[in-house]
Design a protein around this ligand. Structure first.
Ligand SMILES: Cc1cc2nc3c(=O)[nH]c(=O)nc-3n(C[C@H](O)[C@H](O)[C@H](O)COP(=O)(O)OP(=O)(O)OC[C@H]3O[C@@H](n4cnc5c(N)ncnc54)[C@H](O)[C@@H]3O)c2cc1C
Length: 476
């Protein structure tokens, strides 16, 4: 059976697990606790505390005037099982939609031109040379450097290094500035000169160890497909938007979820954890899963373990702003077929990337309409007010795509300290934080700050923390 524990109830002798944070990590954790308790017939009280009035955290879908506009994630990779497994268990698989096959192309804006990302280029490593050599994205000098990688590549040592240094060692600096930086920086929100190669590209680092050359590694490991094989879809979303997932979890968890309940402090007392809740008293639990952002968890843990708090605080976050522009009818513009574009580092624009949401997935717009989403750089997201961000984004869209029409829908979302940056040394910091947390019996860390920012990784992280917390409270 699963049991919930509302904050207002008197707590019985039932074993209790508290979850701090109702983003996808915390919701997945609470859901797994509920399933484990039911499957193993171990009564358990579960309480999730979410400071804001809605659960889902970064996942937020706005449904308005026939548009499905995402303010946070708009899709997830299908290769990692976290999201598809959970969606299946929630009986939502029929809601899954894949990226439109005919629009798989994407672009890089460089020298004010959109260049198609050369076919067969995987995170900077070419599986086929011809498309790279014929692309106008790279200078002749850079193309020669890329082509010579199998001859020039050297294995690195075991120490972490910046993503920029790692890629430049193999393919030269242009590959960093014009391709890998904007692509990876968009996912991890950060500067490739500071991002960790080990944390952001673990497979590439492993390939280098094994094969020395990344080009040779890509060629050796690329899946062999016959001409008639369909391409497996790697990006999926839900028909009604990503919030379908968090809403389904909230419904399933029922009174386990306490919205508008901020956890303000955490103390260890007589073998239990005492949580102070803003305006809602206190709550006692045998185990606590911290699925809050690292900087919040740092604040909660400072009195308990200052070194753990310092380590969590050293995981920096970028602010993000996105603006959805919806058009009920197709406006005049130069929109190439594809899913969108990222912007090379030397372009000096306020926009970092633009997603052609309605070309990417079905069911995003009223029939015949258009939805595009602009991503705004970290510094501008913090510095400007909303109306300036919107007008600046519109100016840049007009300049790049000729998209000057008046939108039907404008949906801006600003999120301060939203995306954790996995800087050099990230994995060591995570291992250290996990070791410190393991010494505090019953405290578990989970979420985007640690071992993957994507939705599937967050779900897996929440579920793993739930399994550990469940084992901890049921084997006491
Ligand atoms: C704009 C944007 C686009 C993205 N796009 C993609 C994408 O396309 N695909 C993808 O896979 N990933 C994407 N991501 C990343 C992914 O969405 C996030 O990493 C993930 O949703 C984070 O989930 P989380 O539960 O770990 O954290 P959060 O969603 O941040 O949840 C933490 C929760 O804790 C709550 N909280 C904070 N303090 C307290 C407290 N003291 N007490 C109680 N509750 C508290 C917060 O209110 C929040 O709800 C994107 C992220 C952003 C911002």
């Amino acid at each position: 059976m699963s049991a919930s524990a509302g904050t207002g109830r008197s707590q019985s002798k039932l074993r209790t697990v508290a979850v701090i944070g109702g983003g996808i990590t915390g919701l997945a954790a609470a859901n797994r606790l509920r399933d484990l308790a039911a499957e193993l017939g171990r009564p358990l009280a579960i309480a999730l505390f979410e400071s804001s009035k809605r659960a889902g955290g970064k996942i937020a879908t706005v449904l308005r005037e026939g548009f499905v506009a995402e303010c946070g994630p708009d899709c997830f990779v299908s290769e990692k099982p976290g999201a598809t497994g959970l969606i299946d268990r929630l009986d939502l698989s029929r809601e899954l939609i894949a990226i439109k096959e005919q629009n798989r192309k994407s672009y890089i804006l460089h020298s004010n031109r959109l260049h198609e990302i050369p076919d067969g280029l995987m995170m900077g490593a070419p599986t086929r040379l011809l498309p790279v050599l014929t692309s106008r994205l790279f200078s002749t000098r850079a193309k020669v450097r890329i082509a010579l990688e199998p001859l020039l590549a050297r294995r690195g040592n075991d120490a972490d290094e910046s993503l920029a240094r790692f890629i430049a060692r193999h393919f030269g600096r242009e590959m960093v500035d014009r391709m890998v930086g904007p692509l990876i920086g968009g996912i991890f929100g950060g500067d490739p000169d500071q991002l960790s190669a080990h944390a952001t590209m673990p497979q590439m680092v492993a390939s280098e160890h094994r094969w020395r050359s990344l080009t040779l590694a890509m060629k050796a490991t690329r899946p062999r497909r016959s001409a008639t094989d369909a391409k497996p879809s790697s990006m999926l979303t839900l028909r009604g938007g990503m919030q379908t997932l968090s809403d389904a979890l909230v419904r399933r968890l029922g009174e386990v979820v306490n919205l508008g309940t901020e956890v303000t402090s955490l103390r260890r007392e007589s073998g239990r954890w005492r949580l102070s809740l803003a305006g809602a008293g206190e709550f006692l639990a045998e185990a606590v899963i911290c699925a809050s952002p690292a900087w919040v968890t740092a604040r909660l843990c400072r009195e308990i373990d200052a070194e753990l708090a310092d380590t969590l605080d050293s995981i920096h976050y970028n602010s993000v702003a996105t603006v959805n522009f919806g058009f009920a009818t197709m406006p005049a513009c130069r929109l190439p077929a594809g899913t969108g574009f990222v912007i090379a580092r030397d372009e000096r624009r306020m926009l970092k990337a633009v997603s052609f949401s309605s070309a990417k997935f079905e069911n995003r717009v009223p029939k015949g309409g258009l939805l595009v989403r602009a991503f705004i750089s970290d510094s501008a997201a913090g510095d400007y007010d909303e109306s300036d961000l919107i007008s600046h984004a519109r100016l840049e869209l007009a300049d790049i795509l000729g998209l000057a029409a008046e939108p039907t829908l404008v949906e801006i979302s600003r999120q301060a300290r939203a995306l954790p940056r996995y800087n050099v040394g990230h994995q060591e910091r995570v291992v250290f934080a996990e070791e410190r947390a393991a010494r505090l019996r019953g405290l578990f860390l989970a979420g985007a700050a640690f071992r993957g920012v994507g939705v599937p990784d967050c779900i897996s992280s929440g579920e793993a923390a739930a399994s550990e917390a469940f084992a901890c409270v049921t084997t006491k």
